[in-house]
Design a protein around this ligand. Structure first.
Ligand code: GDP
Ligand code: CA
Length: 309
């Protein structure tokens, strides 16, 4: 079976461990809207979260970055007063960004760079950026309007600056990375990971030809809710949903994605038993415990999503 998964960082990575365990041929299409250049380094947080997690190198407690990390480079940069100081740049992580930046500077597209990095990490799935084109999520805040990079809003301001809207800079005209359209055209099932709908999944769908291929593809599309009982399981998705006027509920996010038969993307929507009774027009809803507490629980979620498909 061929499964394509749309994924952000931490929620996407955890979910993908369960998808990989099914033994299917898995392609993950990963958000690049979080990508940022800091201290001259190109950083791809969501791709790296997925790569490190599936490659067994992630810090499980923190959820992002490398296990056994040290922070000498970050401290030394701070000693120079080099801004920004708010980004968590671990020493081991820096090596990844150095290799990536050097390859990008040499002219390799991000998809090729990702493949090269994965030669070390052997994630057991195919990892594709949504696009090789430069695309970044910016957040319009304040009065008068000013736009800041998503990472600054998320990490520096802990998503507490009221967001007026999110802009996916570069999405217009962005082309899906090589392999993305083929994967969608050949998918038996497409799963939307329980990732942040506003800043992880929406920027993937903002690549117009990718969204079209998803909607017109042969595989059933099933989403998994990142919201349980009216709250994100972790993170600050509630603040993102507020900015786009969507209720922070399983029904709200299901409605945001919408039915494939009505211009949206979903055929099925998987919610937690806490949210039994959730209805989304034109979408078949099923329930399954959605806490990814360990791989067994995550695999059960994936099986329920595949059954729904
Ligand atoms: P990020 O890019 O690192 O922020 O990660 P994602 O966008 O992939 O995932 C963040 C989302 O994952 C948050 O909205 C969480 O609610 C959701 N999430 C995290 N852990 C779980 C879990 O165990 N179950 C479910 N259903 N959602 C989760
Ligand atoms: Ca992210």
């Amino acid at each position: 079976m061929r499964i394509v998964v749309l994924a952000g960082g931490i929620g996407g990575a955890r979910f993908l461990t369960g998808v990989r365990a099914t033994g299917a041929e898995v392609t993950a299409i990963v958000n690049v809207g979080d990508d940022v250049t800091l201290h001259g380094l190109r950083i791809c947080p969501d791709l790296d979260s997925v790569m490190y997690t599936l490659g067994g190198g992630a810090d499980a407690g923190r959820g992002w970055g490398r296990a056994g990390e040290s922070w000498v480079v970050k401290e030394e940069l701070a000693a120079y007063g080099a801004e920004p100081a708010w980004f968590g740049l671990g020493d081991k992580d820096v090596a990844t960004h150095l290799v990536r930046t050097r390859m990008l500077d040499a002219g390799y597209p991000l998809s090729a760079v990702t493949e090269a990095l994965c030669a070390r990490w052997q994630p057991g799935i195919r990892l594709l950026p949504a696009t090789d084109d430069r695309m970044e999520t910016h957040v319009v805040v304040g009065d008068p309007d000013r736009a800041i990079h998503f990472q600054e809003w998320w990490i520096r301001y802990r998503a507490k600056l009221p967001a007026r809207r999110f802009v996916f800079v570069g999405a217009e005209g962005a082309k899906p990375a090589p392999g993305v359209l083929d994967a969608l055209a050949e998918a038996d099932v497409v799963l939307v990971a329980p990732s942040n709908p506003v800043v992880s999944i929406a920027p993937i769908l903002a690549v117009a030809p990718l969204r079209e291929a998803l909607v017109s593809g042969p595989g059933k599309v099933v989403g998994v809710s990142p919201i349980i009982g009216g709250a994100p399981v972790r993170g600050m998705a509630d603040r993102c949903l507020r900015a786009v006027d969507v209720p922070c509920t399983a029904a709200g996010v299901g409605g945001l994605y919408g039915a494939r038969s009505a211009g949206g993307i979903l055929d099925g929507w998987l919610v937690d038993p806490t949210d039994a009774g959730t209805a989304v027009d034109g979408v078949r809803v099923a329930t399954c415990p959605l806490l990814m507490s360990d791989e067994t629980a995550t695999v059960a979620m994936v099986r329920a999503a595949l059954e729904l498909a």
